[in-house]
Design a protein. Structure first.
Length: 129
């Protein structure tokens, strides 16, 4: 056997011995910093106003929320709500050029002081007619 074969076999054996342990990937930056809003509800009230409400299990590090409004054509608007209240009222949707008889989709994410956006809530929809 050649010396190079012995060295190569030794390095391969050492690599397998040291690399055989299961390693966990590190936690992504900010992954555990903000929670996800839950129980998002969008309700249509008179005048085609939509009232959004949600809950936060843990509001540690929450400085506000990002509210996303979409329709079947795509994202219409994202608004930063610099309050920690768990609700917002979208003023008249039809006054801003939105068509009647439209499905609207809402998502809410918490943000911290650096405006890092945490995981989004579950989607909620309303039909404005």
């Amino acid at each position: 056997m050649n010396v190079w074969h012995i060295l190569w076999f030794g390095m391969l054996s050492a690599g397998l011995a040291f690399c055989s342990k299961q390693h966990k990937a590190p936690v992504a930056f900010h992954e555990t910093l903000l929670g996800s809003p839950s129980d998002l509800q969008a309700l249509v009230e008179e005048g085609n106003r939509v009232v959004l409400t949600w809950r936060m299990a843990d509001d540690t590090n929450v400085a506000g929320f990002v509210v996303s409004l979409s329709d079947t054509l795509g994202l219409r608007r994202e608004a930063l709500v610099k309050e920690t209240a768990y609700g917002i009222e979208e003023s008249s949707l039809t006054d801003e050029g939105f068509a009647d008889s439209t499905w609207f989709f809402f998502l809410v994410s918490a943000v911290d002081d650096s405006l890092f956006q945490g995981p989004a809530s579950r989607l909620d929809t309303v039909f404005v007619f």
